[in-house]
Design a protein around this ligand. Structure first.
Ligand code: AMP
Length: 424
């Protein structure tokens, strides 16, 4: 008899061989978010349909074509969540987090659902790591959020990631920009596809990210949001640029980067990867959504966040050949905080460090270090070490040394500087 069912189209089994990458991504997300004061939040996988219709906009692709919507047995319309921001904002108000000290910093990791045509990098169930910082409009918070995403890719040793940044203005300056866009596109209306003509009417910003060849040809000379910013938005954008520069985070100002919905304000950003092309080149993105809370019927409250895709990131992780310079391991549970502290300190000195966040046995952790092609393993909490010593193991020479914490950085740099000698 043939099997009664197969994996549904557009879904994936994350098999044991892939779990290593998933642990790496979620472990890094948890460590990096927690270290910066972001607390985990998990919202339901389904919500009242109205939440997404309102937040994504009735005419958006997500709502018109991509939602998994069903009536529950009580006749209420429910939808499998296509994105995380609206649910997190809902939970923030429902739980009274708006009355705590602001901003409230939250992160999540979990599955999302969009009924889309499956293709490379596009699934019907996929996973995102997201953060939302709610309750503060300061541009410094945009920088913090962007830096957190950047740090995540860096800690995964992903090279080839580029950060694209833009400002799309706010309610004060956007109407003027919208009219300028319409003026620009009006003479070409006949040449545009039907979908783009309807974008012209409903939401001309979307013409800037249309993939239709006729619209693409017109994008290069279209008016740029940045030329229309009001003073407040211009100052905010300058502050974001300055913050990124000070943080040593390279970025490209991309005037084509837009968000289709009115509740988005000011900063918009995306992380692209050189190996991904076409419509699926984005590993994730985010921005400010100062108008969202009010659109959902809550008190006007600013927020900024991002969502990064785990499937696309995993694809790149798998193709990566070089491992991290250092694989950090806590030998026992109590050594974990120190392990993270040392790993973070080495990271900040520009070293590629991956921390093992599992509860596996030591030999299994070392097995992972070698599978990850790490040069060195940092063992924190070995019994043989005195309190302020840690052990550094050369994974190729299979030799290890106990080193005083204060000399760790210098020692590690020395070991990494040695050419990877042949083992005899
Ligand atoms: P978005 O919420 O559309 O801005 O998506 C943010 C990120 O989530 C994208 O850059 C992708 O990495 C990932 N993503 C979004 N939709 C899908 C999908 N259908 N399949 C796989 N990954 C997705």
């Amino acid at each position: 008899m043939a099997p009664v069912a197969q994996r549904p189209r557009g879904t994936q089994d994350i098999l044991p061989a892939d779990q290593l990458y998933w642990q790496e991504m979620t472990g890094a997300a948890e460590a990096i978010a927690t270290a910066r004061g972001y607390q985990r939040i998990d919202t339901p996988t389904f919500e009242a349909t109205a939440l997404f219709v309102r937040s994504a906009g009735e005419t958006s692709d997500v709502v018109t074509k991509e939602m998994y919507t069903f009536p529950d047995r009580g006749g209420r319309s429910m939808t499998l969540r296509p994105e995380g921001t609206a649910p997190v904002v809902r939970a923030y108000f429902e739980a009274g987090l708006d009355r705590e000290r602001q901003p409230v910093r939250l992160y999540y990791i979990g599955p999302f659902f969009r009924y889309d045509r499956p293709q490379a990098g596009r699934f019907r169930q996929f996973h995102q790591f997201g953060v939302e910082a709610i309750g503060d409009a300061a541009p410094g918070l945009d920088v913090e959020v962007i830096a957190l995403g950047w740090r995540w890719f860096a800690s995964l040793q992903l090279s080839g990631v580029s950060l694209q940044v833009n400002s799309i203005g706010d309610a004060a300056c956007r109407p003027r920009y919208r009219e300028a866009l319409r003026d620009y596109y009006r003479p070409y209306l006949d040449a545009l596809s039907e979908q783009d003509r309807s974008r012209f009417e409903r939401n001309p910003f979307r013409l800037l990210d249309s993939k239709d060849p006729d619209a693409v040809a017109l994008q290069a000379n279209a008016p740029r949001t940045l030329d229309f910013l009001c003073d407040a938005c211009r100052r905010a954008f300058a502050e974001v640029e300055r913050g990124l520069e000070q943080g040593g985070i390279p970025f490209t100002v991309n005037p084509q980067l837009v968000r289709g919905l009115d509740y988005y304000t000011r900063t918009a950003f995306e992380f692209w990867h050189e190996s991904l092309s076409g419509a699926q080149n984005s590993l994730g993105g985010g921005g400010r959504y100062d108008g969202l809370a009010a659109d959902l019927g809550y008190r006007d409250t600013p927020g900024v966040g991002f969502a990064l895709g785990l499937e696309r990131t995993a694809t790149i992780l798998k193709s990566r050949e070089i491992g991290p310079a250092i694989y950090a391991v806590a030998v026992e549970e109590s050594a974990r905080p120190l392990m993270h502290e040392l790993a973070e300190a080495l990271c900040q000195r520009g070293l590629a460090v991956m921390a093992d966040v599992s509860n596996a046995r030591l030999d299994a952790k070392l097995g992972r270090a070698s599978k990850m092609h790490a040069r060195l393993a940092l063992l924190v909490g070995l019994q043989e070490d005195a309190g302020d010593h840690v052990t550094v193991r050369d994974m190729r020479l299979k030799k290890q040394e106990s080193i005083h914490r204060d000399r760790l950085l210098l020692h590690v740099l020395d070991m990494l500087a040695e050419p990877p000698a042949e083992t005899t």
